[in-house]
Design a protein around this ligand. Structure first.
Ligand code: CTP
Length: 398
């Protein structure tokens, strides 16, 4: 998600600097190009070798790198190279110097000469974080267009509890990623996506389930993240790997999925119900494995599972609902009925008649059914179908 983005990471003298190695890794994993500049006091907490190895670039901390040869670091070039200058952790000392324009180290000189956006993640102890000078200095940076991330809260290195921690690495990474995502309908939207099958237990080892792989739902979650949405992915059993940045909740049964959605539903903007929820479950789950010859294996009494989407439709306020339907006959008529009965804003219709579409494949062919019309899609990769779903929905409701 950060492919080709040039990030200059500034590290200052705070105990939280030990997390910067993880931060470099996290940014590089998203394919960012990372260069590191440290203040002299940051060197007490992290080594250039660690950061150079992880960033795959030499790191910088002195104006003059070699007194004998006169090799020096061009702070102007560092500032001009970067697409964003991220200072994390930002200590109280460097914060104060950023505000006053002091320039007694390479990081500060890079700041003064950078013409790219600047983002800072402060970290300091409880009382320092609360001090009026800190608050005033952060406010001054904000007023000058610097993006100031909030303090994290929790246990501090001093043993005190409260505000002052460096924000978690994945939160800083998310903020950087978000910075590069252009504004659009999905940016900042809270979206719940469900994926995969549900398993309804017969006994401790057997279940009723279906062939859903979860690929479609995971592809939608990934497409949403790339558009800056906040995604809660509620997944039944699936071997897919969750995309970085998603809030993943693994569930097993339809009832588990319903409970998880209910928690997220009140604060969500859109629910995308791509899970293949089992329609029925055994009325009673045996508490031990059923045995041949001993137990009745010919009859399992079934009862319908909760219809999650219909329940969401019946109670929806401002939320928008996207449902899926897999039909084998009377596709469109059935799909329209589902759209209406479940009070959906859009229904993505799969037909098992199309080869390359449906469960387990990497491709899909869908139609988009709206209350006022239908649009047919073509066979595409599930990744492209995921983007089409978001585009079609946006075109209708943005
Ligand atoms: N769905 C749900 N809860 C269920 C069953 C389905 O929320 N217990 C959702 C699915 O995730 C999908 C939509 O409802 O988004 C339609 O699912 P589908 O299985 O096609 O339709 P059903 O309503 O179950 O009807 P039928 O199986 O009879 O076609």
């Amino acid at each position: 998600m950060l492919k080709g983005k040039k990030i200059l990471l500034g590290i200052t003298g705070s105990i939280a600097a030990y997390k910067s190695a993880e931060l470099v890794r996290s940014l590089v994993k998203l394919e960012a190009e990372v260069r590191v500049v440290l203040t002299p006091s940051a060197l007490s907490f992290v080594t250039p070798l660690t950061l150079a190895t992880l960033s795959k670039n030499p790191v910088h901390h002195a104006y003059v790198e070699d007194e004998d040869t006169g090799v020096w670091t061009n702070h102007v070039e560092l500032g001009k190279w970067a697409d964003i200058f991220l200072i994390a952790p930002l200590s109280a000392n460097t914060l104060s110097k950023l505000v006053t324009g002091e320039c007694d180290n390479l990081l500060l000189a890079s700041y003064l000469s950078a013409d790219c956006p600047v983002m800072v993640a402060p970290a300091m102890d409880l009382d320092m974080a609360d001090h009026w000078t800190t608050n005033e200095n952060l406010e001054k940076l904000r007023n000058k267009g610097v993006s100031v991330l909030p303090f994290g809260e929790g246990e501090l290195a001093s043993g005190l509890q409260g505000k002052g921690r460096l924000l978690e690495v994945d939160e800083i990474t998310a903020a950087v990623t978000d910075h590069f995502i252009p504004s659009g309908y999905w940016k900042g939207k809270q979206v719940v996506v469900t994926a995969g099958p549900t398993y309804e237990a017969i006994d401790p080892v057997r279940f009723i389930g279906n062939h859903s792989s979860g690929k479609m739902g995971y592809a939608i979650a990934s497409a949403l993240l790339q558009r800056g949405a906040k995604v809660a992915l509620i997944s039944g059993p699936s071997h897919e790997l969750p995309p970085a940045g998603v809030r993943l909740k693994k569930v097993v049964s339809a009832q588990d999925m319903f409970d998880a959605i209910n928690e997220a539903y009140p604060t969500s903007d859109v629910v995308i119900m791509s899970a293949a929820v089992a329609d029925c479950r055994p009325k009673q789950m045996a508490d031990r494995k059923l045995k041949k010859g001993k137990d009745d294996l010919q009859h399992i009494e079934l009862t319908p599972t909760v219809d999650i989407l219909a329940t969401l439709g019946a109670t929806k306020q401002v939320q928008r609902l996207i449902g899926f339907a897999l039909e084998t006959d009377d596709e469109l008529a059935n799909a329209k009925k589902k759209l209406e009965n479940k009070k959906l804003d859009m229904l993505v219709l799969n037909s098992l008649r199309d080869s390359g579409a449906g469960f387990g494949t990497d491709t899909n062919k869908v139609s988009f059914v709206f209350p006022d019309g239908v649009k047919e899609g073509v066979l595409k990769s599930k990744k492209d179908v995921a983007n089409d779903i978001l585009d079609e929905f946006e075109a209708k409701y943005a």
